[in-house]
Write a protein of this length. Structure first.
Length: 105
């Protein structure tokens, strides 16, 4: 579960997975170059509207941001979009293939 203390860590992780610098992200969001850095160092929190802009920039939903069960929601959502175009047979084959990677614990 995401709380105030790890909001900054989650943002940093998601930004790094998108392979963008804090400075570039700040500028693309129309903010000063230190904006994202200030959030990631717990010096500031975004407004609600800016939080939605951050999620939009990261190509995730606000729910994705707070769902730390999914490590990389950007990649996960991209994969889901690709899966939706597969046939039933292709999905079955892929499911079997992925199942071969799972480790029994």
């Amino acid at each position: 579960m995401i709380n105030y203390e790890n909001f900054a860590l989650r943002l940093s992780k998601l930004r790094e997975e998108k392979e963008v610098s804090a400075r570039d992200m700040s500028i693309k969001l129309g903010q000063n170059p230190a904006y994202i850095n200030n959030i990631e160092t717990n010096k500031a929190l975004p407004s609600m509207s800016m939080f939605f802009s951050i999620c939009n920039y990261l190509e995730i939903t606000p729910a994705d941001f707070f769902n730390d069960d999914i490590e990389n929601p950007y990649a996960f959502n991209k994969l889901l979009k690709q899966l939706s175009s597969l046939s039933s047979n292709q999905l079955n084959l892929l499911t079997s293939f992925i199942g071969s990677f799972q480790i029994n614990s």
